[in-house]
Design a protein around this ligand. Structure first.
Ligand code: NIG
Ligand code: FE
Length: 403
């Protein structure tokens, strides 16, 4: 069996509460981690670390669980840099540009789409992301949604069918028919490649009735539920997600007290392939507020109400063209009043909860050997040194990644 010891770790973030210091971060000092094949086999003091076939010397640096990016749209063609420039010159983001990307995506070859997905997946990995969720949503025909998910499934098990991203132009005057297509032939073609179903529940996209119908069809096909909710204004998305037992409601930028109460009181138990848990996570996507120059979500209000918060990139060519979890952590700390510890937890363990995974986002025996070694002595530096490439090395499934 191939074994690898990550030794001489100055600060190990385990996310095992009650371990060492740092509250939920479960920080151990002067630690080592033994990896066997793709799993963590031992965690303890470096002074008594077992021998291993290979050794990585962390040289006193901080080591974290790999980031879990639970929300990304990587299957698309083209970009919308001009739209970004117009926004920075004062235009508002409305989501209207989604149709531009739909046109480019439909016209692209499989290899072009595959190239973009792999490039962005590689970019994310080099920045410490070891688990990533990828949505469809720029095809919006039966064939284009199915191929988007087929290509996404080549690089991740966390695939999400977002046929209900917007109503495409050819269905503009008959949205009911489009909902019928999504629930019928499109879901049928997409489901073999998808683990989750998602709807953009927003004024100008899908209302509560349409969103409920689509999510219920997905659930009946065995897909888990996630919702794009309350991004551009207050709306029914968050409470609909909670009602349907969604794993996560994402964006959460415009929340009422009733939305926060609904999230705080979700105790619905779940069982997944990797473990059990409860509740609906609020996934915040500060890259979107950055890139649309919008007010950030009120993370403090959610955290203080006891809601589980995750951070993700929302990587897409329109509202948030970043694949960088460290950037999102820095934004969350500076702009959303999260502490560095809360932000790091949300970007690792929080993302894992949003995907209902218990084998990632944590450093403990039996977990996947997904580790990020920083070029820094502490997790604090991720927010303290924004924009600096602090990811020294990444282990994914026990394999050190080339840089
Ligand atoms: O999560 N809000 C809907 N979907 C994406 C944006 C997609 C786009 O603008 O292309 C989001 O922000
Ligand atoms: Fe999104």
């Amino acid at each position: 069996m191939s074994s690898l010891l990550v030794d001489n770790i100055g600060e190990l973030v385990t996310n095992v509460a009650g371990t060492g210091e740092g509250g939920p971060l479960g920080i151990r000092r002067r630690a080592a981690v033994l990896v066997e094949e793709d799993r963590i086999a031992w965690v303890g003091p470096a002074a008594i670390a077992p021998a291993a076939g290979r050794r990585i010397d962390a040289d006193g640096a901080a080591v974290l669980p790999g980031f879990v990016d639970s929300h990304a749209h990587l299957v698309f063609a083209g970009d919308r840099a001009a739209e970004f420039a117009a926004r920075m010159a004062g235009q508002r983001y409305t989501g209207g540009g989604i149709r531009t990307t739909v046109g480019a995506t439909r016209a692209a070859s499989d290899d072009t789409l595959r190239g973009t997905v792999r490039r962005l997946r590689g970019e994310a990995l080099r920045q410490g992301t070891t688990t990533i969720e990828i949505k469809s949503g720029y095809g919006l025909t039966v064939a284009d949604e199915a191929r988007s998910l087929r290509i996404a499934a080549e690089v991740t098990g966390e695939t999400t069918f977002l046929g209900a991203h917007v109503v495409p132009a050819e269905y503009a005057d008959r949205p009911d028919d489009y909902v019928g297509l999504v629930c019928g032939p499109m879901l049928h073609a997409a489901a073999p490649y998808a683990k989750w179903i998602d709807v953009f529940c927003e004024r100008g996209a899908f209302d509560a009735d349409h969103a409920r119908a689509i999510l219920a069809c997905g659930q009946a096909r065995g897909l888990g539920v996630r919702v794009h909710a309350n991004q551009l204004g207050p709306g029914p998305g968050v409470q609909l997600g909670v009602e349907l037992g969604a794993a996560s409601v994402d964006h959460c930028t415009h929340l009422t007290d009733a939305d926060v109460d609904a999230l705080a009181s979700t105790e619905v138990p779940w069982t997944s392939g990797t473990g059990t848990g409860t509740g609906t996570v609020a996934t915040l996507l500060p890259g979107a507020e950055f890139s649309t120059r919008s007010p950030y979500p009120d993370a403090r209000r959610l955290l203080d109400a006891g809601v589980t918060v995750a951070l993700a990139t929302d990587c897409n060519p329109g509202s948030s063209y970043t694949s960088s979890m460290p950037f999102c952590i820095a934004l969350a700390v500076r702009e959303m009043a999260m502490t560095p510890a809360e932000a790091v937890w949300a970007a690792t363990a929080g993302g894992a909860r949003a995907l209902r995974r218990t084998d990632v986002g944590v450093v403990e025996v039996g977990a996947r050997a997904d580790l990020t070694i920083l070029d820094a002595p502490s997790h604090l530096h991720l927010a303290y040194r924004p924009g600096v490439p602090l990811i020294r090395q990444v282990l994914h499934n026990g394999v050190p990644q080339c840089r």
